[in-house]
Design a protein around this ligand. Structure first.
Ligand SMILES: *Cc1c(COP(=O)(O)O)cnc(C)c1O
Length: 453
C-alpha cells in the first residue's frame, strides 16, 4: 500500500520509505491511501480475544500488504508485552490504563512498535533517529530503541521543562542513546528536528529519520488499544449494555493518540463520539468551537506532555475527514462532517474539545481522589475532567490514563498530599547517572553538532 503526504506535493511512498523517512519531502505527514474497513463480525469477536490477538487483526489491516505475516505478528507481540486494562473509576467512567509498559506511558506502544518495524526494514543499515520530546516521547523512544543494532537515537528536550523522573528515563541510558538538552521550549526542539529532516547537506552526511508521533509506524499502532478497550467493554457487565453509547476521551497534545483513535473509528470501531481534552494549550479546542485554527506558542502547564501550540497531527485529522471514502463511511453511520472548517463553520459534534487551567487540573485530581480513591496523573486528569463535563445521560465514558502518576510524583504528591510509591522500574532509571549534550535553540548550532559527528 502507498502513503501520500498531507501536503500533496511529495511523491507517494511505500511503507518502508514512509517509516524510514518519517516526514514527507514537502514537510507533510504520511497517510495511508487505503483505510481498510474491518468486517462487522470482527467487533463482537473481540470479546474473546487477548490484546495481542486484537492488535494482530488491526495490524494486518494496516500493514498486512507490506510486512510478511510472521514478522508482523512477532512485531505486535513483542511490542505488547504488557496489559492495557480498562479500570472502573466510578459509575459510567472507566480509565484505560496505558501506563503498564517499560516507561509507564502510552508512548511505549508506538515507540516499541516503530523500533521493531524500522529494524525489520533496515536489514542492518545504519540510521539516526531524531526525536523531539516534551517529556514522555523521549523516554518511550529511547527505551524502545535501546540496544537496537544500527540505530542511534538523539533525544532533544527542553531544558528545565521536563520532570526529573522523565529526564532520567532518557539521559541515563548511554549506549546508542544521546540526550540533547535544548535551551528553549518543546516547539524549539520540534523545529530543530524538522529543519534537520529537510536539510539536504545534512541528509547527505547522515541518514536521518524521525520517531515523533508523525511517523506512521509510531502513530498507527496507537489504534490497537482502542479496539482492545472495546473488547473489554463487551466483557464488562455494566458497560456491555452501553456498547453503542461509548464516548472516548483522549488527553491531547500533538494529537497523534486521538488521531489513531479516529482511524480506528474509520475502520469501523463502534465508538459513539470522541472528546479531545486539552490543557491551557487549546488551539484545537478553539478550532472545534469556532472553525478557526490559530496556532500559537506553547504554554507550560502541569500536564507538560500536552504543551503543544501547533499540533502536528491536526493536519492528519483534517486530511482524514476531507477524504471522500471516510466521509462516505461516516455518513453511512449517520455522522455528519466533524471538522467545522470543512462543514461551513459548524462541525457535527462527533468530536468536541475541552480546555482547562492548571488550577482545574489540580482540583479535578483532588476531587477524584477524595471521591473514588483513584489517583490520576495530571494528563489523565484533563481527560477525566472533560468526561465529567460532557458525558450525557445513557453514555459510558472511557478516558485514557496516558501516564503513571508516579512519573509526576512531585506534582501529584503536592496536590493530593500523598506520598505515592514509585514503581521499581522507574526507580531503576533514577539511580542512573545523567549524561546530556547542552545545545542552544539555534538550528545552526544543532546542524554543526550533527555535521561533526
Ligand atoms: C504525549 C502525551 C500526551 C499527548 O499525546 P498526543 O498524542 O501528543 O496528543 C498525553 N499524555 C501523556 C502522558 C503523554 O506523554
Amino acid at each position: 500500500m502507498l502513503y501520500y503526504s498531507t501536503n500533496h506535493k511529495a511523491p507517494h511512498a511505500t511503507l518502508r520509505q514512509a517509516v524510514v523517512q518519517g516526514l514527507a519531502s514537502d514537510r507533510g505527514l504520511y497517510m495511508p491511501e487505503v483505510i481498510s474497513q474491518l468486517p462487522d463480525t470482527f467487533f463482537p469477536e473481540t470479546a474473546g480475544l487477548t490484546l495481542p490477538e486484537t492488535a494482530c487483526r488491526v495490524a494486518d489491516a494496516f500493514f498486512g500488504e507490506d510486512v510478511e505475516a510472521t514478522a508482523l505478528r512477532k512485531t505486535v507481540c513483542d511490542t505488547l508485552s504488557f496489559d492495557i486494562p480498562l479500570v472502573r473509576v466510578e459509575a459510567d467512567i472507566y480509565s484505560l490504563e496505558l501506563f503498564h509498559g517499560p516507561t509507564l506511558a502510552f508512548k511505549d506502544v508506538g515507540a516499541r512498535f516503530m523500533a521493531r518495524l524500522l529494524q525489520h526494514f533496515l536489514h542492518g543499515e545504519q540510521v539516526n533517529v531524531l526525536v523531539a520530546t516534551s517529556g514522555d516521547t523521549g523516554s518511550a523512544v529511547a527505551n524502545g530503541f535501546l540496544g537496537v543494532d544500527g540505530i542511534h537515537v538523539y533525544v532533544l528536550y527542553p531544558k528545565g521543562k521536563v520532570s526529573a523522573i522523565q529526564e532520567s528515563q532518557f539521559t541515563t541510558l548511554g549506549r546508542n542513546i544521546t540526550a540533547i538538552e535544548v535551551d528553549g521550549v518543546f516547539d524549539d526542539c520540534q523545529r530543530l528536528v524538522k529543519s534537520a529532516f529537510v536539510d539536504p547537506e545534512l541528509n547527505a552526511h547522515m541518514r536521518l529519520t524521525s520517531a515523533n508521533s508523525i511517523n506512521v509506524a509510531r502513530f498507527l499502532p496507537q489504534a490497537f488499544y482502542y479496539f482492545y478497550a472495546y473488547a473489554q467493554v463487551l466483557r464488562n457487565e455494566e458497560l456491555r449494555t452501553r456498547q453503542d453509547n461509548v464516548v472516548v476521551c483522549v488527553p491531547s497534545g500533538n494529537f497523534g493518540n486521538i488521531c489513531a483513535a479516529l482511524f480506528g473509528h474509520a475502520m469501523g470501531l463502534p465508538v459513539k463520539r470522541f472528546i479531545a481534552a486539552n490543557n491551557a494549550n487549546d488551539v484545537v479546542c478553539q478550532y472545534l468551537r469556532t472553525g478557526v485554527y490559530t496556532p500559537r506558542a506553547s504554554e507550560q502547564t502541569i500536564a507538560n506532555a500536552m504543551d503543544v501550540g501547533d499540533p502536528s497531527n491536526f493536519a492528519r485529522i483534517l486530511d482524514l475527514y476531507s477524504r471522500p471514502d471516510v466521509q462516505q463511511r461516516l455518513a453511512s453511520r449517520g455522522i455528519a462532517q466533524p471538522m467545522p472548517s470543512l462543514a461551513g463553520g459548524h462541525g457535527s459534534g462527533f468530536i468536541t474539545g475541552t480546555t482547562c487551567t492548571d488550577g482545574q487540573i489540580a482540583q479535578t485530581m483532588r476531587e477524584c481522589h477524595e471521591r473514588t480513591g483513584y489517583v490520576l496523573d495530571p494528563h489523565g486528569a484533563v481527560a477525566y475532567r472533560a468526561l465529567r463535563e460532557q458525558l450525557r445521560e445513557g453514555e459510558a465514558g472511557i478516558f485514557l490514563e496516558t501516564a503513571h502518576p508516579a512519573k509526576f510524583k512531585h506534582t501529584v504528591d503536592s496536590i493530593l498530599g500523598t506520598d505515592i510509591a514509585i514503581p521499581e522500574r522507574l526507580q531503576a532509571f533514577m539511580r542512573g547517572e545523567k549524561q546530556s549534550v547542552p545545545m542552544s535553540n539555534s538550528y545552526d548550532d544543532f546542524r554543526t553538532y550533527l555535521m561533526t559527528r
